[in-house]
Write a protein that binds this ligand. Structure first.
Ligand SMILES: Nc1ncnc2c1ncn2[C@@H]1O[C@H](COP(=O)(O)OP(=O)(O)OP(=O)(O)O)[C@@H](O)[C@H]1O
Ligand SMILES: [Mg+2]
Length: 225
């Protein structure tokens, strides 16, 4: 379970990015987080992976209490989640194959497993023929799909995707969300940050809206138009 209790986040320059956020996401849920640019969506995802720390309140992710998690334990938290970053964060000096393989190497996965898994996940995101390319040889949508493969390859308990469809056409966007829905059906928690209203409306899933750092609505899934 993910639980924000009165969470606030103030950046060092004084910008209040989140204030008094209360939000619970149960294991196995699928949640869209929407909001205008600057609303605090990416900040929320950065708090979840302890890239930024809460300034006030409590944040629990599974067994981890993030407001007091020591730095040395952060890698253990991160192993439980696959994150698709808004800016991809691929290694420019590694091929597509190596970018995905790296996620497995850092956790000490066996080479024989890496050899099986990486091609399977590249196939899943339709990038088999780009395996030997470097990120600067890819389109925005292709980079996004590498980021997807990397986030999924570890079989994490939860997936957090920040604007995962920002650079792809509507058809691919639907395919990527469908992929996340399939992953969700396997029991994994999925949080998708997006500002694509049409996409969110199409799926009838839970939608949490953030405005100016505050949650202004939380609509349950399965609603009718
Ligand atoms: N490193 C930082 N230092 C100071 N302020 C920051 C920093 N990162 C973000 N902010 C500010 O915090 C607020 C929330 O930013 P955040 O990136 O979370 O928004 P967002 O909802 O993800 O927006 P977008 O849709 O444009 O990605 C904004 O006012 C932004 O300017
Ligand atoms: Mg953002």
């Amino acid at each position: 379970m993910i639980e924000f209790q009165n969470v606030s986040m103030v950046y060092p320059n004084g910008t209040v990015a989140l204030r008094n956020v209360n939000l619970t996401v149960e294991d196995g849920e699928f949640v869209f987080v929407v909001g205008h640019s600057g609303a605090g969506k990416t900040t929320l995802t950065k708090l979840l992976m302890c890239e930024e720390r809460v300034s006030g309140g409590r944040l629990t992710v599974g067994k981890f209490k993030l407001e007091k998690l020591p730095k040395r334990k952060i890698p253990y938290l991160r192993r439980t989640m696959g994150v698709v970053f808004q800016d991809f964060r691929l290694f420019d000096n590694k091929t597509v194959y190596e970018n995905v393989a790296f996620a497995l190497r850092v956790i000490g996965e066996r080479p024989s497993i890496i050899k099986k898994k990486v091609p399977a996940f590249l196939n899943l995101v339709e990038l088999t023929d780009k395996a030997e390319c470097f990120p600067d040889e890819l389109s925005g949508g292709e980079k996004q799909r590498v980021a997807f493969a990397r986030a999924l390859v570890n079989n994490p308990e939860m997936i957090i995707a920040d604007e995962p469809t920002g650079n792809v056409d509507p058809k691919m966007s639907e395919e990527l969300i469908d992929l996340l829905l399939r992953v969700n059906k396997l029991g994994k928690t999925v949080i998708v940050v997006t500002h694509e209203k049409a996409l969110v409306d199409h799926y009838k899933k839970r939608v949490v809206t953030i405005q100016g750092g505050e949650i202004t609505s939380d609509r349950a899934g399965g609603y009718e138009e």
